[in-house]
Every structure is written in structure tokens, then in C-alpha cells.
Design a protein around this ligand. Structure first.
Ligand code: DX5
Ligand code: ZN
Length: 214
């Protein structure tokens, strides 16, 4: 699997150092959790912070937009240096049009499913995205426990993607560590978000390499 560490649980007083730390672990990309305080009961950071982090790493910026209305902010995130823009299927904006806007900005598009949203909800968009993110916690906070009842959803998505012969990644986000990463890899996930597990790890690079080998 590819590894995309989330910096949500990092010390934002040293955000540039934390992004360099993520790059030094050998991770494949950086997962940037944008929260608007409306779609989720938390506020994190926006385009200004992402733009200030951009010069400090060449890693791919995987931007997870936990926003009720992401569409109007897409140009700002693209300008800030996002490489992938990932919207929630549960957001207020029209999905097809919002995905088209992301492509028009020259960025990769992804969609996210909250735990209560079934795999089938993503099926109409599989031809329009590079990745589907299956949340294994309720979005809003790091450090929560992995929801193992999401495993059949991952498997159902993998089955549909493969049935159609598509090259679509399945990312899993929330409570991922060396143990739960193995479960989601077996179910068909190809990208793991590591948040608190990485920032609390004794040997972060070892954890990243272990998950990348799954
Ligand atoms: C939660 C975020 C996740 C979270 C993962 O809403 O989308 O990316 O930061 O953190 P851990 O790995 O600590 O669950
Ligand atoms: Zn996330």
C-alpha cells in the first residue's frame, strides 16, 4: 500500500518541520485534513496553511476536504499547491459538477464516504475519480478507534473497481496502524492514512515501510 500521513495531530507550531518529518519517513504523500467546523464539528486549516507548507516538501499533497461546500474553494486549494482534491459525497455541492471543476483545475479528483454511506453511493463516480476514500472513523478528529465493520465496504468497492477494470485507489483513513493496515490491505485498500499511529510511533520509518510492504 501507499502511505499518506495525516498531519492533523502534529504540532502546528512546527508545521513545516512536521511535513519534513513526514517526507523523511519515506511516505508517498501528505494527507491534509481540511475541516470547516460545519461539515464536521472541528476546524483545522485552509489554503493559507497549505500554501505555506508547499515549498517545504516535494511530496504529493492529498487534500481531504471535510467541508459542506468545497466547490467554491477549489481554486484556492489548487493555487495553494494541492495535487489531489477529495470531496465528501455527503457535501452540499453537486458531485459531478464539483469533480469536473477539480479536473478543470488540472488536479486529481477523489471522493470520500463517511461510515454510514454505502459503497454503492460511490459507484456512479468511479470513472471520474483517481481514488475513493473509505472513512474508518467518523470524520472530525484524529486518534479515534478503527471501525472494522467498514471492511466489507472496502471489499465491495474493490470488487466493483476490478470488475470494471478501473485503476482507482481505495484509501482508508481513521485508526490505521500496523495491525489495522493489514486488515484493510487484505480487503483491497491501496492507500493508508496514518495519523496518530505515525506521530506516536517509536520508529516512524519502520511503520511506514511495514505498511508499504502490505
Ligand atoms: C479524521 C481525519 C483523519 C485522521 C486520521 O477526520 O480525516 O485523517 O486525521 O487520524 P488517525 O490516524 O489518528 O485516526
Ligand atoms: Zn483525512
Amino acid at each position: 500500500m501507499k502511505v499518506s500521513p495525516s498531519i492533523l495531530t502534529c504540532d502546528f507550531g512546527y508545521a513545516a518541520d512536521e511535513v519534513r518529518f513526514v517526507e523523511d519517513t519515506g511516505a508517498d504523500m501528505v494527507h491534509l485534513d481540511v475541516m470547516d467546523g460545519v461539515f464536521v464539528p472541528n476546524i483545522s486549516f485552509g489554503p493559507a496553511v497549505i500554501g505555506s507548507l508547499r515549498p517545504h516538501t516535494s511530496l504529493f499533497f492529498d487534500v481531504h476536504l471535510m467541508m459542506a461546500q468545497p466547490r467554491r474553494m477549489l481554486p484556492a486549494f489548487a493555487k495553494a499547491g494541492a495535487d489531489m482534491l477529495n470531496i465528501h459525497l455527503e457535501c452540499d455541492d453537486p458531485i459531478d459538477e464539483t469533480l469536473a471543476d477539480i479536473h478543470a483545475l488540472g488536479k486529481k479528483a477523489a471522493i470520500t464516504l463517511k461510515p454510514a454511506t454505502p459503497a454503492e453511493a460511490a459507484f456512479p463516480y468511479l470513472e471520474q475519480v483517481a481514488m475513493v476514500l473509505v472513512m474508518t472513523v467518523e470524520p472530525g478528529f484524529g486518534g479515534q478507534s478503527f471501525m472494522s465493520d467498514m471492511l466489507p465496504k472496502i471489499a465491495a468497492l474493490r470488487q466493483e473497481i476490478d470488475r470494471r477494470g478501473l485503476q482507482v485507489d481505495i484509501q482508508v483513513d481513521g485508526g490505521i496502524n500496523a495491525d489495522t493496515a493489514r486488515l484493510v490491505a487484505e480487503a483491497g485498500a491501496t492507500v493508508a492514512v496514518l495519523g496518530s499511529a505515525l506521530f506516536n510511533a517509536e520508529q516512524p520509518s519502520t511503520l511506514v515501510k511495514t505498511v508499504q510492504a502490505m
